[in-house]
Write a protein of this length. Structure first.
Lengths: 161, 161
DNA sequence: GCCGAAGCGTTATGAAATAACATAACTAGG
DNA sequence: CCTAGTTATGTTATTTCATAACGCTTCGGC
């Protein structure tokens, strides 16, 4: 997470212990329902994302992959990320080249992020595009996916300036 | 531009001749008003963006930079892009790693894009965030900049399916 | 058991962006 | 002027991010 921040690390801590196991189990169950396979590399990358305090870069995941300190090969992680994104278990944040586990219930939703430029935290929220694309769609556009990333200061960092 | 598209190229053609010269002159004038310098590399990169039919990658700009076919050095182009973005003459599209000239009047506006996944065209539009961040801001967030990129099909590509 | 599809390991390479440092060009103050 | 400070450029090298390609393995339906 953003090491350039003066605040206490982990205003947004990652999961551990039972909470982590529960989250992984929920993903597992979701996969079984849809006949998808949460294979070891996919599970491992999901764990790493869930454990993290904030957005992780692909090469952070690569470096952290092996419990013995052995890094993964890049395609291993990129393939797992592709899977996790497809299932809605993770999101890519384009403006950071980084990844976060999904915090919202249910797949298929539209994700959006508030990204703190001070501490690096990325807060997921549910955007409202009800009016946003009305004009585009009536002009013949077919909107399929939307990336919305807002950058600024989170409450904690704003206060301390 | 998207060569993987079956449609006539240039549904969204770039500028040339007088229109190009006018656009560059307008940027020049804008710079003079604000005491900024539209130096040769900056002007050259702006020209290339304006001439293009669609979003250009940084290394497309690097390759096209020299009129004699000589490529630029990467920092030359990246620095020019940084300037053009700062002045509002160009925008970066995060989900494409690509750049477009700004089509809106006046600097300082918020940009958003409709990106066609078939022909690669990127249509700029003025987003409306009036309601979008109300909850975040009342929770103490200070939103500074917003990236909004919608992907789908433009009217032309949608019709032909 | 056989077959096709999906997934993985591995090597190598491609694409995007920046660090660092030296030189040159503007410009405000004397 | 001219000169000190700032802004911009040129250049080399490197870092960071991502994917191509290929062969082997595993899974699940027939």
């Amino acid at each position: 997470m953003g090491a350039d921040c003066h605040h206490a690390e982990s205003a947004h801590p990652g999961l551990e212990g039972v909470a982590l196991a529960d989250a992984v189990a929920a993903a597992q169950a979701q996969c079984e329902r849809t006949r998808e396979r949460l294979t070891p590399p996919r599970r491992r990358v999901l764990e790493l994302l869930l454990e993290s305090d904030g957005p992780m870069k692909a090469y952070d995941l690569i470096a952290a992959y092996g419990q013995d300190g052995e890094p993964a090969k890049p395609p291993t992680v990129y393939r797992a990320l592709e899977f996790l994104e497809r299932l809605g278990f993770a999101h890519r944040i384009e403006s950071l080249n980084a990844y976060v586990p999904c915090k919202m219930e249910g797949a298929g939703h539209r994700a959006a992020f508030l990204i703190c430029e001070c501490c690096g935290a990325a807060q997921e929220f549910e955007p409202d595009f009800s009016a946003q694309f009305a004009a585009a769609e009536s002009a013949g556009y077919a909107v399929r996916t939307v990336t919305l990333e807002a950058r600024g200061l989170c409450p904690a960092c704003k206060v301390e300036g």
